[in-house]
Design a protein around this ligand. Sequence first.
Ligand code: 6LW
Length: 504
Amino acid sequence: MIGGFHPDPSVCRVGEDYYLVCSSFEYFPGVPIFHSRDLVHWRQIGNVLDRPSQLHLPPGTLASGGIFAPTIRHHDGLFYMITTNVSDDRGHFLVTAERPEGPWSDPVWIDLPRVDPSLAWDEEGHCWLTTSGPRLARIDPASGEVLEGPVDIWPGTGGKYPEAPHLFQIGGWWYLLLSEGGTERGHAVSIARARSPRGPFEPGPVNPILTHRGTSRPIQSTGHADLVCAPDGTWWMILLGARPRGYSPEFQVLGRETFLVPVEWVDGWPVVGPVEERHPAPAAWHPLPPPPVRDDFDAPVPAPCWISVRSRPDDSWSLTERPGRLTLHATGPTLDRPGHTFFGRRQQHHDCRVSARLDADPGRAGLSVRLDEAHHYDLEVSGGEASVIARIGPLRQVVARRPVAPGPLTLTVHCRTADPLPPSVTSAAEAGAGPVGVGARGPDTIAFSADGVLLAELDGRYLSTEVATGFTGRVIGMYVTEGSAAFDWFDYEGTDDEPVVPVA
Ligand code: 6LW
């Protein structure tokens, strides 16, 4: 599993190594890329789109605009990543690299509509591009020229938004893996096959082949899948899922996450699921040490997990100005707060503790838990005061304020899942539980403290997809909105006791 806002996963294998990419929407750098030896333990090795010539997100880029679902493939010694920048009207683009760590090329644009582009090659070397719809075209991947199509192919079984199509040539058949039903709770994965990429496609005997809709499973919204074959011949599906929490209608705060599930082939068709939080371990399992809790900012470049909103101008940050510290300057672009510079990372656990050491005399700076521009809680320091500010839609409220001593400060954000909820209002009343508190109905609470002194604890539901809308998830990070601020270190510690370890 790759926890937190890591949706629309796509995977490829080269020898013993797997590589996986995800969507990144309005964040820069874009398209995080991960490496694994066992499909269970993943380490981020970079971001495919890490310079402005590859990723331009104009200042007006809205939350959940920008980079939609990518596909990664390896063909003839070259890695290909193809995606869509929906905030740019040039269609889809692909970039290539000899090594997955990069450097990746500048974009080759493909002037076709829709989203979710994917690539497959046939024996004659033809390059087939599929998009949502689903539609098929033949392209020249070197120039981006469309050579044939686009034409509609198998439309799925009738669910809304037939999307995320991937073509696979397996055993004389071309399989079309397709998601439908929308990326929300109705999400499902279906399959069809044909003797040629052009079709005609025959639907599988049982569709969808995977869905969690209408079940009480902890992982919901399962879909947007990709397939990969391990060196031992076993097949695996990676896909997105979400883990909504709290009272009805339940709130997802981490966004759509990446999960793994084994695939069996029965009479020429894939059989898959359900998706478990506890990972199945493929035959060869290569555990990785847990990622370090602390970033000391001693490295010359930011770790790949750090993301900024839309762009990261060179004059907005420095790791060398004050060695061993991340210095932020209020020069970054934003929609609602001019000069807002943000360096954050995805919240990957429902329970987690985040701390950062802020040097003395910052401008206006702090820690932000952010779903998007209009939904964030900030722990902010300025003029000898620490305050907690809640921005929920059009409302902005300072909810706590207290003086702080001069000198460096440790700012802490603690996300905690709420106590187990009563199964229904009736049974809560019967149990004499009294009124169900605000915190008990949300998915979590978020506590803010400065040098260990609690300032406020807020209901986490307002920083959820169900409130804010969109395709992303929570990101927690450092920011400055006036002047400059230096951060000595940043800790992220996931404290979930959830069973996300593999089962052999
Ligand atoms: C993506 C679509 C989807 O383009 O969500 O879950 C959209 N699937 O395939 C945005 O991530």
